[in-house]
Design a protein around this ligand. Structure first.
Ligand SMILES: *Cc1c(COP(=O)(O)O)cnc(C)c1O
Length: 383
């Protein structure tokens, strides 16, 4: 006796925990710098932590009131009605609800390549098919409407990411509108704003108010430091009415996550600090790393380092863990999460050391055999 044919489904490869890596390289976890999962380096919102403590002794009740309260608070924040706010178990859980609501068996979705792995996974769980549109390094990974529309063939959901992970590049409002206007009436455009808070551009949530074919994804995982409680949401068109009520797993989000979310929404200080430090870190990385980087509006920076796996391994041996972007289809790139000042400075120092060993010309201003491309003028990590 076996489950259904799962051969098209792939297990999610989570980055390894800090304890695990510490043991492997024989270091104290406290000495490791982990900048691989775009987590918030300042920890969770302190207000959220307090709220979870306060409500811990009420978890024998189902979380009915808190669910409605958070829907209402978010509806107010985005100027929508509560039923347009689809809370989920993380942004990923909210993406599942989108697939659940949209896909009949064999319906397809259209996703960017490179892009976020979970869109495809979720569609396949829901008996959907997956098609892709390309982003080109030669175009600095711009999500161009013509590439989306060239690839488009009646898919039910088209995914756009702004800022895009792992590249950090945004897609502007006009381009989103061009895609939304260019697809059939039966297609929804999902704008993933998992990193929206870090961007200087305004959210595209206003398009959810104005149109019937745009939805927006947000999450508390990064901006509010709540990755561990799993809390995210979708903003959906008013025309979808009670769809969420029909498809959501009863009590979609747990009581502590809901309490954390309600408190985190009021914690402007924590968000401000988070956004400011990410802006500092991405500029610092861009200026001092001796590798080609792309301008980012997220809390991470993509860098071209040649052999990503080798650079990842060498940095790990020195206690710095970054993300090898091979899993995104970019085997020559790493993605570095914006850490605290201390973490980010340390990471760049180690990476420059590793890069200099692999290409002694990097950062010297002399084109090296690897083709140069160093963005940095740095006096660190030479020789
Ligand atoms: C992190 C992330 C999400 C959602 O993550 P959750 O941890 O499930 O909230 C969605 N899209 C992108 C691009 C992400 O990086």
């Amino acid at each position: 006796m076996q489950p259904r044919d799962l051969s098209a489904l792939t297990p999610y490869e989570a980055g390894r925990g800090i304890e695990e890596v510490a043991r492997e390289v024989g270091m104290d976890p406290a000495d490791l710098v982990k900048l691989s999962s775009n987590e918030n380096p300042h920890g969770p919102s302190p207000k959220a932590v307090e709220a979870m403590r306060e409500h811990a002794d009420g978890v024998h009740h189902y979380p009915k009131a808190a669910h409605a309260d958070l829907q209402e608070a978010l509806a107010e924040r985005w100027d929508l009605s509560p039923e347009q706010v689809w809370l989920g178990n993380g942004g990923d859980g909210a993406l599942d609800y989108l697939a659940r609501a949209m896909l009949d068996p064999d319906d397809a979705i259209l996703v960017p390549d490179p892009g976020f792995a979970y869109y495809a996974m979720s569609a396949r769980y829901h008996h959907g098919r997956v098609e892709t549109y390309p982003l080109y390094r030669s175009e600095d990974f711009e999500q161009r409407p013509e590439h989306v529309l060239d690839a488009y063939d009646g898919e039910r959901v088209v995914y756009l990411i702004s800022p895009h992970s792992p590249t950090g590049r945004e897609i502007d409002r006009d381009a989103i509108l061009e895609v939304a206007d260019g697809v059939d009436d039966d297609t929804v455009v999902l704008v993933d704003e998992a990193y929206g808070v870090y961007s200087e551009a305004p959210s595209k949530a206003d398009l959810v108010r104005e149109r019937e074919d745009v939805a927006v994804l947000r999450t508390f995982s990064k901006s509010h430091g709540l990755a561990g409680v799993r809390l995210g949401y979708l903003l959906t068109p008013a025309a979808w009415a009670d769809a969420y009520a029909r498809i959501n797993t009863p009590f979609a989000v747990n009581e502590l996550a809901l309490r954390a979310g309600l408190a985190a929404l009021e914690d402007h200080e924590h968000v401000e600090r988070t956004v400011e430090s990410a802006a500092w870190a991405r500029e610092f990385i861009d200026e001092t790393l001796t590798a080609r980087t792309w301008p980012s509006q997220g809390n991470y920076v993509l860098a071209a380092v040649g052999d990503a796996e080798a650079v990842f391994e060498a940095a790990k041996e020195r206690g710095v863990i970054v993300r090898d972007a091979t899993s995104f289809g970019l085997p020559e790139c790493i993605r570095i999460t914006c850490g605290t000042r201390r973490e980010t400075t340390r990471a760049v120092e180690v990476l420059n050391e590793v890069l200099a060993m692999r290409d002694p010309y990097a950062g010297t201003g002399t084109p090296g055999p690897a083709g140069g491309g160093g963005a940095g003028d740095t006096d660190e990590g030479g020789g």
